[in-house]
Design a protein around this ligand. Structure first.
Ligand SMILES: [Zn+2]
Length: 68
């Protein structure tokens, strides 16, 4: 299985889009729980790390690689 790499500030795509129609979420908190914010309507959701990894489809933009 492929390991998904993600970090603080990354914009990710989830398996399900937000009801507002946007499917781009910014990671705004890392830890035991991951907090992501919808880039469309600014709604934020807190997910246990395991649930987040299950729902994560792909990383759209990595904050780290962009900074370099
Ligand atoms: Zn939204």
């Amino acid at each position: 299985m492929q390991r998904k790499e993600f970090g603080l500030g990354d914009v990710v795509e989830m398996k399900k889009a937000h009801p507002c129609g946007t499917n781009a979420w910014k990671v705004i908190r890392m830890g035991m729980d991951i907090r992501i914010k919808c880039t469309g309507c600014e709604h934020s959701v807190l997910l246990p790390r395991m649930r987040f990894e299950q729902k994560l489809k792909k990383v759209l933009t990595s904050a780290e690689s962009e900074g370099n």
